[in-house]
Design a protein around this ligand. Structure first.
Ligand SMILES: Cc1ncc(COP(=O)(O)O)c(C=O)c1O
Length: 431
């Protein structure tokens, strides 16, 4: 006899949840990705520039990391790691930062976690009391969500192409006296830009000045979180700098976050590390220990061994960043050529990370019988008519419709880009 499966109601809906859970917003990028999957399932030809990830077929992890993880598993590294990271990895990070970034930190400053994400969350939780001010530029990656989760009062600094999408010291100055946490990311997701030495030095000096004032007034400090997960990926004239290298007095207030996710194309392996004042590190480790957000032990052991091998890392990085840059250059070159023909597009020359910023000014053009008025209209038009998937800056906290988009190249081939450019041109040329 055929029996229909019986599913009792599984829950009572959102009403049963906490206010925090009811208010949380999931990843906007994943929503866009779901639409792309649906179109692909219907057989559409697509160039998917939406995902901030690496397609392993184009961007494999270092062979030594793969083999090192296998070896570490076979050695029996299958149990809990220390919740703040395997000591060998924390020591390797000290040497790695000294060698590659010229930074001298004690091992007590190094925290390891399951990627940069948990550390970002833990930093907010360790520093922010509900109502405390977190200052960050918009667009930026996920600060709006972490501010929400920690109950921070967000002070969002609007940034534009005129400053490479970074805030200036002048823009930040009026907000720092009330801030608990300032956040900056370079190379920048979503814009693919890199903050210059002078602007970063000026901002860092402000942080030091503000903390000198607070020390006298016996007030809690202002912390500066600098997310440098893409630091290994800079191109041409652009150079990566850290606040601490430029203004060493900033070290007691600065948290530097990093991970193997982007530097070694290892987003799925979940190993992140950061250096920070030891008291902050201790509490972040305690918070993350309860969440269980430690990195898998075998992978930590493998990364510890890898970081000590510049002879492996440097050629890997030069190959990988060459492949990223070739894709970004192809896109940028194609868009610039369209611009030169008078088409409504502009882009920022690639500086770092795996992203290109481009503005498609299709406002007012017809799509499905209606004039386009929002970035999302433009996104859908380019997806459906040109088969090109892009992420609008709205996914990075921007509220206004400016026509700017993030184009991410980690999951496409040069051939995908070459095939997409004529399709884009056709749509941009249509009146
Ligand atoms: C600026 C920035 N920070 C942190 C992360 C998260 O890194 P992880 O995958 O190591 O958690 C990302 C991921 O896209 C990112 O773009």
């Amino acid at each position: 006899m055929d029996m229909a499966p019986y599913f009792p109601p599984l829950d009572v809906g959102d009403a049963g949840l906490s206010a925090l859970a009811r208010g949380v917003i999931g990843s906007e990028i994943l929503k866009v990705a779901a639409e792309i999957r649906a179109l692909k399932a219907k057989g559409a030809t697509l160039c998917n520039l939406t995902v901030g990830d690496f397609e392993p077929a184009y961007f494999p992890i270092p062979a030594e990391l793969l083999e090192g993880t296998r070896v570490a598993l076979a050695e029996g590294h299958t149990n809990y790691p220390p919740s703040d990271g395997v000591l060998a990895l924390r020591e390797a990070v000290v040497r790695y930062y000294e060698r590659e970034l010229g930074l001298t930190y004690p091992v007590e400053s190094v925290l390891v976690a399951a990627g940069a994400r948990p550390m970002l969350y833990a930093a907010y939780r360790a520093v922010i009391d509900p109502g405390d001010v977190a200052v960050y530029p918009v667009p930026s990656w996920n600060n709006n969500h972490y501010a929400y989760l920690s109950g921070a009062r967000a002070v969002e600094i609007p940034v534009s192409e005129s400053s490479n999408f970074f805030p200036t010291a002048e823009q930040l100055r009026p907000h720092l006296s009330t801030a608990r946490l300032l956040l900056l990311n370079s190379p920048l997701n979503p814009c693919g830009t890199v903050i210059g030495r002078e602007p970063l030095r000026d901002i860092t000096r402000l942080v030091v000045e503000e903390n000198a004032r607070r020390q006298k007034a016996k007030e809690r400090p202002l912390y500066f979180l600098y997310d440098q997960v893409y630091w290994a990926l800079t191109f041409g004239e652009a150079k990566h700098h850290t606040p601490v290298e430029l203004v060493p007095e900033a070290a007691p207030y600065t948290l530097l976050l990093d991970a193997i996710s982007k530097s070694f194309c290892a987003t799925g392996l979940r190993v992140g590390y950061g250096v920070m004042p030891p008291a902050v590190r201790k509490r972040m480790a305690d918070i993350l220990g309860h969440v269980g957000a430690w990195a898998p032990k075998a992978e930590q052991v493998a990364v510890a061994r890898l970081l000590d091998k510049p002879e492996v890392l440097r050629p890997f990085l030069s190959r990988m960043s060459g492949a990223v840059k070739a894709r970004l250059d192809a896109l940028y070159g194609g868009l610039q050529a369209m611009r030169a023909e008078g088409l409504p597009v502009e882009a920022i020359a690639p500086q770092g990370a795996i992203y290109l910023s481009a503005r498609f000014n299709l406002f007012g053009r017809a799509f499905r019988g209606k004039p386009m008025t929002t970035n999302d209209d433009i996104r859908r038009c380019l997806l459906e008519e040109a088969g090109v998937g892009l992420v609008p800056f709205q996914a990075f906290g921007l509220k206004t419709d400016t026509g700017w988009f993030r184009l991410s190249v980690g999951s496409v081939s040069l051939e995908d880009i070459a095939a997409a450019l004529p399709r884009l041109k056709r749509v941009l040329s249509a009146t």
